[in-house]
Design a protein. Structure first.
Length: 183
C-alpha cells in the first residue's frame, strides 16, 4: 500500500523508462559521430513534452518512451465489409491513443523543419517500449506509420544509412533544439 496516487506512480515508472532509453541514446551518440540527440523537449505553448528527438543520416526520429508491462502487438480488424482499423495492444490493453500522440509530435517536428526550409527531411515516429515482453524473434511492427519497437531496435534504426551528412544533421539538431527548448 502507498499513499501516492496511481497517476504519480505511473509517471515515475514512465520517467524511469524515458531515462533508461536516454542513457542508451547518449552512449550511441558518443560512439557514433553523426548522431545527435535531444532529450525531454518542451512543446511550446503547452505543458506537454517530446521524450527524445534523434537526428542521424537516416533522418529525424521522434521517440516516445513507454515502460509498460505486456507484449506489444498489432490488432487489425475489419477489411472486406467494414473499414480496416489498426490498434496497438500491449497485453490486453488498447494503447492506440499513444500512436495518436506520436503523430501529433511528429507533425510539430515537421512543422518546425518546414519553417526552417527543411521540409524534405524524413521524420519518423517511434514508440519505444522499454521492458515490455518482446518475443525472441521478430516483434517490431508499424501501426499507422509509427514504428513500435524496443530500445535495441530503435538504435538499429538510427544507425541505418541515409541521405544526411554530418553537417546537415548538426544543422537540423540546432534547428530542433531552438524550436523545442528543454522541458
Amino acid at each position: 500500500m502507498t499513499d501516492e496516487p496511481q497517476s504519480t506512480r505511473a509517471w515515475a515508472t514512465g520517467a524511469r523508462g524515458e531515462e533508461a532509453l536516454g542513457q542508451r541514446l547518449d552512449k550511441l551518440r558518443l560512439s557514433h559521430p553523426g548522431i545527435y540527440v535531444l532529450h525531454d523537449r518542451r512543446i511550446p505553448r503547452t505543458t506537454a513534452n517530446i521524450d527524445h528527438i534523434a537526428v542521424s543520416a537516416a533522418g529525424v526520429f521522434v521517440i516516445d518512451a513507454k515502460k509498460y508491462q505486456g507484449r506489444p502487438s498489432l490488432r487489425v480488424e475489419g477489411g472486406l465489409f467494414r473499414p480496416r482499423t489498426e490498434n496497438l495492444m500491449v497485453g490486453s490493453r488498447d494503447c492506440t491513443k499513444q500512436v495518436n500522440g506520436v503523430h501529433k509530435q511528429v507533425d510539430l517536428v515537421r512543422s518546425a523543419l518546414k519553417s526552417a526550409g527543411l521540409e524534405q527531411i524524413h521524420v519518423h515516429g517511434v514508440l519505444c517500449f522499454v521492458d515490455a515482453d518482446w518475443p525472441l524473434i521478430g516483434g517490431a511492427f508499424i501501426v499507422d506509420g509509427v514504428h513500435v519497437l524496443w530500445p535495441r531496435k530503435a538504435v538499429d534504426n538510427l544507425l541505418k544509412p541515409g541521405e544526411l551528412n554530418d553537417q546537415g544533421a548538426q544543422h537540423i539538431h540546432r534547428t530542433l533544439a531552438s524550436s523545442f527548448p528543454p522541458a
